[in-house]
Design a protein around this ligand. Structure first.
Ligand SMILES: [Zn+2]
Length: 291
């Protein structure tokens, strides 16, 4: 297992305030995050893998200096259920390019969205996706052996692949895969199913039953408040937008009581780093009460 023995908090991408303070380059993020007491950073390649080797290595060096665990969010355009050969080629390229960037940066986790059902029957789309992921895992062997983990994410829209069960089934393909539990998405997909400690516990039990206790403990977590409609996820909000769920407190309590060791990435809109600090302080409070 990678050396993530502490629970880490950090943002997905760069907060608005980072740019408002005059910063322009993500190379400055690790120090900026460290000064806020954070220790994780999910670098966004969501609109394509365009970062140079030089910049990737520079971010990696800074992250090493300031003890920031890096992950990469792979492009949104990935669709493991695609049948068109050209689209399949692109999906594979996006994932392997993201792993290449991870290798340059020293990032250990590559997060990706599995894909969409489009007009396909869900079972057929999922079967296609699993078969293709198996093939990509073989092609990615070199990176996997270097300790880079592919991490399929639970999705928020009904027509996307990525229910909790689907993500866990994908993770069963290879022991190095790490599930990304995006609780805002899970809550949106289930139209508000996460309300309590027990609701979070039920999800973690599914993970434990599918992958065992050790892999369950080291999951990757996305957290933000997400608005939803009948079709699932509509929009990510901030921690202050309390009309949207889910709540972090019961999850923090569960993390303490089950001694989980996730990396927690906050995906609030615009204030992801500030909200990551708030998640951390909610967690620290739970920890001090229970210990
Ligand atoms: Zn995502």
């Amino acid at each position: 297992m990678e050396n993530n023995r502490k629970i880490r908090f950090g943002p997905a991408g760069n907060s608005d305030s980072f740019y408002e303070q005059g910063y322009k380059s993500s190379v400055d993020m690790p120090k900026w995050l460290h000064e806020k007491g954070l220790s994780a950073y999910e670098y966004a390649c969501t609109h394509g893998v365009n970062i140079s080797e030089k910049t990737a290595r520079a971010i990696g060096e800074e992250a090493g200096m300031y003890d920031i665990a890096l992950s990469i969010h792979a492009p949104y355009y990935i669709n493991l259920a695609a049948e068109d050969p050209e689209k399949r080629d692109k999906t594979k390229r996006h994932l392997l390019d993201s792993m290449q960037v991870a290798d340059w940066m020293g990032a250990k986790r590559v997060v990706f969205h599995p894909g969409s059902c489009a007009k396909m029957d869900r079972k057929k789309a999922f079967k296609t996706a699993v078969g293709f992921l198996q093939e990509i895992i073989c092609d990615a062997r070199e990176y996997i052996e270097k300790g880079i983990h592919l991490c399929p994410e639970t999705m928020g829209k009904i027509n996307q692949l990525g229910t909790v069960d689907e993500v866990l089934e994908m993770c069963r393909l290879h022991e190095s895969l790490i599930p990304v539990l995006d609780f805002g998405h899970i809550n949106a997909m289930g139209r508000g199913r996460i309300k309590s400690y027990t609701d979070y516990m039920d999800i973690m039990n599914l993970v434990k039953n599918a992958l065992g206790r050790d892999r369950m403990r080291h999951f990757h977590c996305h957290f933000s408040r997400v608005e939803y409609t009948g079709g699932g996820e509509k929009k990510h909000w901030t921690l202050d937008d309390v009309q949207y769920g889910p709540e972090f407190e019961p999850l923090a309590e569960l993390i303490v009581s089950l001694d989980l060791k996730p990396i927690i990435i906050c995906e609030s809109r615009g204030t992801m780093a500030e909200d990551a600090v708030r998640l951390k302080s909610i967690f620290d409070k739970k920890l001090s009460i229970q210990s």
